[in-house]
Design a protein around this ligand. Sequence first.
Ligand code: GUN
Length: 295
Amino acid sequence: MSASIIDGKQIAEEIKKEVARGVEELKKQGITPGLATVLVGEDPASQTYVGMKVKDCEALGMHSIAENHPAEMREDELLSLVDTLNKDNDVHGILVQLPLPGHIDEQKVLLAINPDKDVDGFHPDNVGRLIIGQPRFSPCTPAGIVELLHRSGNPPAGKHVVVVGRSNIVGKPLAVLLMQKNDRANATVTVAHSRTQDLPEVVRSADIVIAAIGRANFIKADWLKPGAVVIDVGTNRVEDATRERGWRLVGDVDFDAAVEVASAITPVPGGVGPMTRTMLMVNTVEAARQLSGIS
Ligand code: GUN
């Protein structure tokens, strides 16, 4: 068997068309959705991600503000910047790229973002709302994965989903989204992680495997139940002398072998990544609607 490839790029393009229509509607009412991105430091991967988010905004006719600051930026300076963006009426969404440099308290910064502009969904107020099934914004990667499953014809309802990874950004909120009592969720969810006993056996019990552990090619093909659906969140840079830049991106799943066992699988790149970026645009348009009192 050879799995079908879930094309995240194509599905993201479909959603972007819907977002562009939403932007047009808002513009007719005099509102241009605006996103502020905040990057502290020079991490190359973070620079790339933030750059792509700014480009996406521009391509969809949205307003964007890119705040790029050196790694030495003090915590109080960052908090003051967040406060300024909270008060800026042209800014509907604020994204502070993580991770932040070690001298800055990440939770303190996330707590300072106005929850109404928290398009990442990382503020404790929004995390709490998600858990009780009344989300203001769903975190972008988990929301993108739910869209991928539905739009690729692999709805999670009633299925056993094993999420490998328990981060605040992906694993935990994704587990919460998938276990909600609604037609887009209704999954039976297991959260596994690096300390799980007999991880291969746990993964083997999954109808849908979501790999978000951050280790290159960690999940092997013989851990998969034949016909399983595999969503790979990993974006690991591995050395590759054949590439001019010296590296390539690989997922958390041993793709070349897994493709022979799974029924459907996301590639890296071109799977989850484009969906994460697109859901940020979805959330920013939603923030603009909510802040302007448009339902
Ligand atoms: N770093 C890695 N993923 C994300 C994300 O979704 N949002 C932010 N703000 N930082 C990240």
